[in-house]
Design a protein around this ligand. Sequence first.
Ligand SMILES: [Zn+2]
Ligand SMILES: [Zn+2]
Length: 107
Amino acid sequence: MVDPTFLCRQHLLGEHKELHMLVGTIRKGTSIKGYLDKDLLEVHNIEVRHRVLVEEMTRRGYNHMSPLVFSAEDVLVVHGRYGFTGQVSQVKSLTDLRNRCERCGSV
Ligand SMILES: [Zn+2]
Ligand SMILES: [Zn+2]
C-alpha cells in the first residue's frame, strides 16, 4: 500500500503480480487468513490498488495486459468468510520496504 512512485521496478511489478495471484487465491477459496492476520492486505482496496499500480506501470512505459476485476460482491464474500477485510499500515509498509530494498524510494 506504499505510494507506487516509490517502488523500484521489481517491487512495483511484484506487488502487481501478487494482487492478481491473491484474487486467484480468493476465487479458488484458498484461505487468505494469514495475510489478513499479518496486516498485509486490504481486500476492499484490491481493485483501487491495482488501478494505482497500473497507472504507475503505464507511466513508466511497462505493458499491462491483465485486467483485474474485484467487485464489491467479491469483497462481501471475503467479509462473510473472515468477518473483516484487513488493514494495512502505510507507515509500516514503507519502513519494511526501505529496510528490505535500497532501490525503492530512490526512483
Ligand atoms: Zn493487472
Ligand atoms: Zn524495491
